[in-house]
Design a protein around this ligand. Structure first.
Ligand code: F3S
Length: 401
């Protein structure tokens, strides 16, 4: 990969130790993926924030970079392993909290905004069509590429941080016109009515369109919450972090008259099969998690309306996962009070997948297909997936009907 004179100077250590290490990472990645050069980016989202995933080795790496590393573009974080303010109420062990705070301090020292959300686009961080960015969390990357039409590869923790410290990323993959062309046509021939239906659709397409870019026909007027659920699911279960949806996403029109020949059709029975595959045989629920990806204010309103004058059942823990600014808005609108008076808990800055939950709960009810994947794989929980109403009913009764 071509390096400019300035890039070479940074590689020689003139910009400090952290910048040198960052340039080494970017140069190696550029060579591996055949990038022609480094291109400027407008923002970075860093994943791998939870101490649960980083461990002491990760913390040490970050603390080392924070000695002289400072980010060059607006940079923000994916969820951490705990609510940074309310961790005790969520049962997070104090030792874990101490380490997680050190992780956050290292990021903050580098000039990174400690937003800790996978839905930055819900709190005003919305790149424009054609912007180049370097984002890392898979659902956010998919939303950014597909729904917003900005351009990013799915960065790993180190490559996103390196991009932030340099303000550039290697120009390959989804940054290029060629890399954004659809490779498979998907015809959806079934109505989709609930948030979880879009998770199920993502599951089916992800499985069938493995590592391809789908051009999707037949999804009418989905709202943004449905799209965020779909983004999380389709990439978790297999496709690339980009899809084009005709009539919905901004680049789809370019491709709709020359759709790829390879075609798959999604029917009602595919969606039913997806629910069956995502659920376990379990009746009792002891954990309910809403907000994967992190909740919008509309989702929180729905939860509040369902919980008003009701109570979460004894022995059940209900988490509403969201970005902190969304919680502040929910406070102002009275939604938080309705949820908390019913015994529900907000889990800002964190989520059901990155918090240290293994061994705490047996069975989770969630709206999220991605949430099912991580609850099973990371936390050994049994899973049920359904609408927000079904999940809140489970929170009120401790049962899945
Ligand atoms: Fe976000 Fe955590 Fe789900 S990062 S997409 S809430 S697994």
């Amino acid at each position: 990969m071509f390096l400019s004179v300035e890039d070479e100077r940074i590689l020689a250590g003139e910009g400090g130790d952290a910048a040198r290490k960052a340039m080494e990472i970017l140069a190696a990645l550029g060579d591996i993926f055949g990038a022609d050069e480094l291109i400027p980016i407008r923002s970075v989202q860093i994943a791998g924030v939870s101490y649960h995933n980083l461990g002491d080795a990760g913390l040490e790496f970050l603390a080392g970079l924070a000695r002289d590393g400072r980010v060059k573009v607006p940079t923000f974080l994916n969820p951490a392993g705990m609510d940074l303010e309310n961790w005790q109420a969520l049962g997070i062990p104090p030792d874990f909290a101490t380490k997680q705070k050190l992780v956050i301090e290292a990021f903050a020292k580098m000039g990174i905004q400690t937003t800790c959300t996978c839905t930055p686009y819900l709190i005003g961080i919305r790149p424009s069509l054609g912007d180049h960015v370097a984002w890392a969390e898979s659902s956010a990357v998919t939303f950014c590429n597909s729904v917003l039409g900005a351009r990013t590869n799915r960065e790993g923790g180190p490559s996103a941080l390196a991009a932030a410290l340099i303000g550039k990323t290697p120009n390959y993959g989804l940054h290029l016109d060629e890399g954004r062309k659809p490779t498979i046509t998907v015809k959806v021939e079934t109505p989709l009515e609930a948030l979880s239906d879009f998770g199920a659709l993502g599951y089916v397409i992800g499985k069938k369109a493995e590592n391809q870019i789908p051009l999707i026909f037949g999804v009418n007027n989905p709202n943004e919450d449905y799209l965020k659920s779909f983004c999380a699911s389709v990439v978790t279960y297999g496709s690339k972090p980009l899809f084009h949806m005709v009539g919905v996403t901004p680049e789809a029109d370019k491709f709709k008259d020359a759709a790829p020949a390879e075609t798959i059709t999604i029917t009602e029975s595919d969606i039913k099969d997806a629910y069956a595959a995502l659920e376990d045989k379990v009746d009792s629920i002891d954990f309910v998690a809403i907000g994967c990806p992190h909740c919008s204010i509309d989702e929180i309103k729905e939860v509040a309306d369902l919980l008003r004058d009701n109570q979460v059942a004894p022995g059940v823990e209900l988490w509403i996962c969201c970005a902190r600014p969304i919680k502040v808005l929910a406070d102002e609108l009275g939604y938080s009070a309705a949820i908390e008076e019913a015994g529900g808990k907000f889990a800002c800055d964190t989520c059901m997948a990155v918090a240290p939950l293994k061994g705490r709960f047996k069975a989770v009810a969630t709206t999220s297909a991605k949430g099912c994947y991580y609850s099973r794989g990371h936390n050994s929980m049994l899973t049920k997936m359904g609408t927000i109403k079904q999940c809140i009913d489970a929170a009120k009764t401790g049962r899945w009907n």
